[in-house]
Design a protein. Structure first.
Length: 225
């Protein structure tokens, strides 16, 4: 009987080159390690991303709060200024009418009221009315400016003429033709004045910030020419 090849697992051989052609199933370098080792790294990346997002949102929130606060303060300032200066045009008309009281008082010759009781009563009534008007204006922050004997200030006064005077420093106001008025810290109307010239030079003090006009259509002040 001829011998037949014996079949069995010990006689089966893998074809040559099988191991070389098998695909490489090794994990990529960034995934080397056990799942237990990879989990913390993945969680750290998520946490870092969330922290960056929270920081960005917090910064935006703080900026939004600051902007809202600036808007609130600006609106409050505008509201206060509106309350202070809303009567500017009305006040300018009233002080112009009030000038007539001073004109009436100045029209009475010196000593004439003492010789005429009726004229004296009239003068006292006009003077009292003018005083009440000024008191009412002051309650709304409007004050009269009578700068006689003060240094000329082009931001507060309007020079209409120069007067030769050597007994006072040059630039001193020696005559007030029309009183000025202030509304709070702004010029409502500059005083119309006469300024001395020819005298000694006035001492130059520290320069001050000029007061703002009550509004854009306020008459500009002028320096002496």
């Amino acid at each position: 009987m001829a011998n037949t090849p014996q079949d069995g697992p010990e006689h089966e051989k893998a074809p040559q080159g099988a191991e070389a052609s098998a695909p490489d199933k090794s994990p990529p370098p960034d995934q080397i390690g056990t799942p237990a080792e990879q989990a913390p790294r993945h969680h750290d990346d998520i946490i870092a991303g969330l922290r960056a997002e929270v920081a960005d949102l917090k910064d935006k929130l703080l900026r939004a709060h600051a902007e809202v606060e600036n808007i609130r303060k600006r609106a409050e300032r505008e509201r206060e200024e509106t309350a202070k200066y809303a009567i500017t045009r009305l006040a300018r008309d009233i002080v112009t009418v009030g000038d007539n009281f001073q004109r009436a008082i100045d029209a009475v010759p010196a000593g004439a009221a003492e010789q005429d009781s009726a004229l004296k009563s009239f003068l006292e009534g006009v003077t009292m009315t003018e005083r009440e008007l000024l008191n009412a204006l002051e309650r709304y922050g409007i004050k009269r400016v009578d700068p006689k004997d003060e240094p000329f200030n082009p931001h507060l006064h309007q020079a209409v003429m120069e007067i030769q005077r050597t007994d006072v420093p040059a630039g001193t106001i020696v005559q007030v033709f029309q009183a000025g008025f202030m509304i709070e810290d702004r010029v409502l109307r500059p005083a119309m004045v006469g300024v001395a010239k020819g005298g000694p030079k006035a001492n130059q003090g520290s320069e001050q910030m000029p007061p703002r006009p009550a509004n854009d259509d306020a008459p500009p002040s002028a320096s002496a020419s």
